[in-house]
Ligand binder design. Sequence first.
Ligand code: C2E
Ligand code: CA
Ligand code: CA
Ligand code: CA
Length: 275
Amino acid sequence: AKRQGCGSLLIHTCQMEEAMRRRTQIEQALRRAVSAGEIEPFFQPIVDLRTGEPIGFECLARWTDPDFGSVPPSVFIPIAEERGLIELLTQLLLEKACIAARDWPRRMFLSFNLSPTQLVDPETTRLVLSIIVATRFDPRRLEIEITETGVMSDPACAKQIVSQFRDVGIHISLDDFGTGQSSLGRLRDFHFDKLKIDRSFVSVVLEDRPSEHIVKAILALCDGLDIDVIAEGIESREQAEKLVELGCQGGQGYYFGTPADAASTVALLQRLSRR
Ligand code: C2E
Ligand code: CA
Ligand code: CA
Ligand code: CA
């Protein structure tokens, strides 16, 4: 039994080493791809739930490596954060996204994710503002998505960054609401323009009563605080209808559209405008 135990420990250690080796390989490939500007913005529609029409798009980072193939952001964003690549990645990606969004109708906003690590870095404001200036993108059409985790580690710093964004007309959206260390005090202190209800509530809203009640409560709260609400991860017509019934005005999810590259997004908007 003892030998077997040691054996499995050995196997375990091997697997860990293998995982670390792979991570280092991915990191090297990512470093190259980021520097070469190969991280591409994809765009997923955010819709008015009553009409199903897009009101804006969320930028989602995409990376296809020649060796590793398509690597999901849930893998490469944490590596970028950890290895000091997130600033350059953000800079080049936001630049591409703003340039792409200039071709959209003016009423369409661009929503962009910032990493938690960027909310404790005072340089973040300068980075975002310089891109807005360089691309001549209207800041009132830009929305920055942040998470509760991002706000938590240094609320004072996060608050300062957020207020500098707001000063130039950028909107602030609280992402993944309900999953992190949710605090109602935060809703009071940060004056979010928008809140995104996490997919974990939306995906079960039809069958799980507690989730339905939580969604209802979030909607009531946001109505009083004058915060717009977007339900994330809507995958069916039934879910969309339920959310409308509960009084939710905005939605996002595969049912309305999957993330697509800049050219496909423009083509979609052109088809819509011709209807
Ligand atoms: P997120 O910000 O919560 O983005 C929503 C994720 O849900 C996206 O995954 C999107 O493709 C996926 N999604 C949208 N609709 C549905 C649906 O109906 N069903 C399901 N199952 N999923 C749906 P994605 O693109 O893989 O991104 C994962 C996460 O990676 C994002 O979660 C965000 O936290 C992070 N991320 C992506 N792009 C960036 C970026 O440019 N910067 C930073 N800092 N983080 C990013
Ligand atoms: Ca997001
Ligand atoms: Ca989210
Ligand atoms: Ca209201």
